[in-house]
Design a protein. Structure first.
Length: 210
């Protein structure tokens, strides 16, 4: 990948993981701690000071803005480990993609996780729009229109429509990352980056990777 000196090189603490496989393993281990109630609870004062020199996150998480789905908590990760991009409905936006590209190009982050979740309000609103034309006020309809293809594509599929739409929405976001970004596509092609789709279950606390 080309370097943009204006972005600056990755600095700060040594990354907790340097390969996509190591990064994914750390997230799975952290989610297991979260489910078991054995999360990290020590002082972060030293870590905060350590991060003043820079950051080296080992994963980007494209997640939903839903207050019930905070990625750092779900994966039990301390500050500096995750580079978070959030929008209601966890889909790819131009601004979000720019943030993701920064993490890949400037910080050399080896993993992107698209994190959907159960009982997603943005997906539910889109289901109502597709079923009976229920619209939302203001810019909320922009969220609905972004998720609409996933909802329409899963209409009539076996099983729960909402669940199927959540899965398809994650799948679509994973595809959009390489389709819309030459930076992301190049990193994937050279095996410097892996993209993983996932869904967080609010009830069990488990993140299932797709």
């Amino acid at each position: 990948m080309s370097e943009d000196v204006s972005a600056g090189p990755a600095t700060g603490p040594i990354p907790a993981a340097s390969t996509p496989a190591q990064a994914l393993a750390l997230l799975k281990e952290g989610n297991a701690r979260f489910i078991d109630g054995k999360v990290f609870s020590g002082s972060l004062t030293a870590r905060r000071l350590e991060l003043t020199s820079g950051q080296s996150p080992f994963a980007v998480v494209l997640g939903c803005s839903d207050s019930r789905a905070p990625a750092e908590t779900i994966f039990d990760q301390i500050p500096g480990h995750l580079f978070i991009v959030r929008v209601a409905g966890n889909f790819v936006t131009d601004d979000g993609l720019g943030s993701i590209e920064y993490a890949i190009e400037a910080l050399h982050t080896p993993l992107i996780v698209v994190l959907g979740h159960s009982s997603c309000g943005a997906v539910d609103a889109t289901l109502r729009y597709v079923k009976d034309g229920t619209t939302q006020p203001g810019h909320i309809m922009g969220l609905v229109r972004a998720i609409e293809p996933a909802v329409r594509d899963t209409r009539g599929e076996p099983g729960d429509w909402a669940h199927n739409a959540i899965l398809r929405n994650v799948h679509d976001a994973v595809g959009a990352l390489t389709e819309r970004s030459a930076i992301v596509a190049a990193a994937v092609a050279t095996k410097l980056l892996v993209i993983a789709g996932s869904v967080y279950d609010l009830r069990s606390g488990e993140v299932r990777f797709l």
